[in-house]
Write a protein that binds this ligand. Structure first.
Ligand code: ASP
Length: 307
């Protein structure tokens, strides 16, 4: 259900966007939402209502974890009927992880949840934070003639691009253009929505928030020359439930007998192994090469192009 009057909940978790330079020390320090409003007076020009929620203390996104994701899911689901959309200010370093997690934890989502941040603090002259914040608010509040949100999914907005949250990675630590595609909307003079890419639900579904996350997971990144003892130590971690296997190209891995045997044994023991690519764009296609096909036969699951 959407309220008749447009209103947005702006959630500030922390990160560079909400920092300001201490004039005495020159160090970057967190500041609060009231100060944010002072630095972005344009916020008053929006015709819709903006409420704010602040993490106290604000978090550098390197400290983000499932506990913080649960908190975000609580905030969103507790206020779900009251707002048209949600904007989350978040550090860029782990923004893609949070966006991915939220996309699974907010099952049945039919409203925009837009994460944004910046490379330069909002209190700095050339900040990219202002544009990112203002456009995210505009996108989160955008509705069609029937009152339905234009982007009913978890997204990241950064440097003019709106991207699907669970398909995005931070790929540049320096440029304003810090994230990759796919692009769901592009902001220029007008905001152009790429409706073919945006995921609309055929039937209206209730929001079903999830809070239980199993943290017994590991990431296994392949590299040429990886040794059996490395793979076997990861796969024999006590209580391990799932492994994200970072493979080469379109999902390929070495064809060594011991490697496939170890993976097959782990799969047979009920450990879920998901194949994602180390490439920053493109998708895993396990049937494309023999090296990927053998993983599929061992029981490894395709992760396609997910983050
Ligand atoms: N270290 C900061 C963070 O991720 C960097 C940023 O906000 O871009 O919280």
């Amino acid at each position: 259900m959407s309220p008749n009057i447009t209103s947005i909940l702006l959630i500030y978790t922390g990160g560079t966007i909400g920092m300001i330079e201490n004039p005495e020390t020159g160090a970057l320090e967190n500041f609060n939402l009231e100060q944010l409003k002072k630095h972005v007076p344009e916020l008053q020009n929006f015709t819709f209502h903006i409420d704010t929620y602040q993490f106290d203390p604000p978090m550098d996104s390197s400290d983000m974890d499932p506990e913080a994701w649960r908190k975000l899911v609580h905030i969103i689901s507790d206020h779900y009927d009251r707002y048209t959309g949600f904007v989350i200010l978040h550090g860029t370093d782990t923004m893609a992880y949070t966006a991915s997690a939220l996309s699974f934890m907010l099952e049945g989502l039919s409203k925009p949840v837009i994460l944004t941040g910046s490379q330069l603090p909002i209190g700095v002259l050339r900040t990219d934070g202002k544009e990112n914040l203002l456009t995210s608010l505009e996108i989160a509040s955008a509705r069609d003639a029937k009152g339905n949100p234009l982007v009913p999914e978890v997204c990241i907005f950064f440097e003019n691009h709106l991207m699907r949250g669970n398909r995005t990675i931070k790929m540049n630590a320096e440029n304003f253009n810090a994230f990759n595609y796919p692009v769901l909307a592009e902001a220029g003079i007008h905001i152009k929505y790429n409706n073919v890419q945006i995921r609309f639900k055929e039937v209206e579904r209730e929001l079903k928030p999830h809070y239980l996350l199993d943290t017994n997971v590991a990431v296994l990144k392949l590299f040429p020359g990886i040794q059996e003892n490395v793979v076997s130590s990861i796969l024999s971690i006590e209580g391990l439930k799932a492994v994200v296997l970072e493979t080469y190209g379109s999902g390929n891995a070495p064809r060594k007998e011991w490697f496939i045997r170890r993976l097959r044994n782990a799969c047979e023991q009920g450990i879920v192994i998901v194949n994602v690519t180390q490439c920053s764009a493109g998708t895993v296609e396990m049937e494309r090469y023999e090296t990927g096909y053998q993983l599929m036969q061992a029981g490894v699951v395709c992760g396609y192009d997910s983050t």
